[in-house]
Design a protein around this ligand. Sequence first.
Ligand SMILES: Cc1cc2nc3c(=O)[nH]c(=O)nc-3n(C[C@H](O)[C@H](O)[C@H](O)COP(=O)(O)OP(=O)(O)OC[C@H]3O[C@@H](n4cnc5c(N)ncnc54)[C@H](O)[C@@H]3O)c2cc1C
Length: 469
Amino acid sequence: MSLSPSYDAVVVGAGMSGMAAAIRLAMFDKKVLLVEKHSIPGGLNSFYRRANRNLDVGLHALTNAVPKGTRAAPLTKLLKQLRIPYEALKLSPQTHSLIRFPKATMRFTNDFNDFDDQIKTHFPQSTQGWNELVEAIKSFNETNLENEYESAKDKVATFIQDEQLREMIFCPLMIYGSAWEHDMDWSQFVIMFKSIYLEGLGRPEGGVRTIIKLLTDKLQELGVELRYRCELQEVCTDQGNVKSVRLNDKRLGEILIETPLVFSSAGLPETLAKTQGQDSITARPGSMSFTETILFMHKTPNQLNQKATLIFHNNRDHYQYQKPEQLIDDQSAVICLPNNYHEGTSEFNEGVARVTFMANNEKWVSLSEEEYKREKEKVTAKAIALVSSYFNDSPEIIYHDTFTPKTVTRYTGHFAGAVYGSPDKSRDGTTATNGLIITGTDQGFLGIVGAMLSGISMANLHGLQGGRL
Ligand SMILES: Cc1cc2nc3c(=O)[nH]c(=O)nc-3n(C[C@H](O)[C@H](O)[C@H](O)COP(=O)(O)OP(=O)(O)OC[C@H]3O[C@@H](n4cnc5c(N)ncnc54)[C@H](O)[C@@H]3O)c2cc1C
């Protein structure tokens, strides 16, 4: 094993949080090594190319999509911290999103008044409770790192008695960010409520690639050393302090790097499993995973008479947010229609629809190769049938691909294909080992904007002693 020069910090994972953390550290002249086990950046928010088509993983919608110049908003703060101009995101707002339940359908846009009107029209008896809930959310400091877990379901029930309304409000917030089945942490609920309903949704032209390119360009400009196909094997410690990391670099073989500081976005249980002296790991792997089917169609959704950018579809009166007993839960899904963000631009020359189902990781990993292929085809067929039910004509499918929880683990290393990480978070980023800091999903800020904010604030707090955002 060779010994490499020492670094001020090693950042594990070139996903959204890892890249943001590395940028912040390098801006203040820290010598940073960013290691990524995969051969491309992005992590859960990445991309691939098949059959001459660009396919996106992650990014149905950028949350917190406030207009340029909005003061003290998470998106504007993060762009300022990373020194990225707002225009560079080329952000288009959503048209509208639908929350579709059997007995009611509500829509929301980036103007919160629209959602407010919908709630007051569909659930007039809940007006007062709804107003009070919104006030409670607006005045709550969800980013306080000392906040303890509190059940959001219990808290929201103190404001709103109508169960159907509660279920409809929770549906988009849970599927876009809850590591907990059936419920959410109140702080996480407030984060998601503000970022989706109050601040809004958008999509950068070019999708995930646009965001990733902005971050990798910045890393290059700052001279950050980024090594792909380089996997953290072990965080080595001495008397409870980080001393070095052992890496498996596909090019150089096994190497030992001296560093006092490791920022890991690999996940809390995943990181602790690789840390010396962590005999009993209490952080549990998450259980929420998903399949996603990407469909390319001969017509755009707009041509098929559907103008929504997102549809939160649920066939039950209750919203069953849990790991399904079967391979997928085909009674609920999110449908993303990216063309609709950019109607009239030249980004797409085909229609695209993305359909996400909740999925059971253990069931997917237990399948034989043949069964796996067959089941993926069945998921694709269900996704096509569901999307078609929202169009005025059956779309002709030109190309499709489906990824499963197994794919998530293969490309990101997350245990159990968990997209929202462990239900146990380290809100201040610290672990029992001095100098080992958790960033991203398992620090508790997730989604694309959340993960970047997490990387920035953990770098500021633990690497630059500059306090929080
Ligand atoms: C289908 C899907 C749709 C989504 N839609 C949206 C959306 O619409 N809006 C939104 O805001 N968010 C969305 N997300 C979530 C969002 O993509 C993630 O929350 C965010 O990207 C998480 O970033 P992260 O940095 O915390 O973690 P990750 O992206 O998981 O990054 C961790 C990185 O660490 C690397 N790594 C792991 N182990 C090691 C190791 N041992 N050594 C070296 N490297 C390692 C991984 O390869 C990975 O690149 C979606 C995710 C998925 C899967």
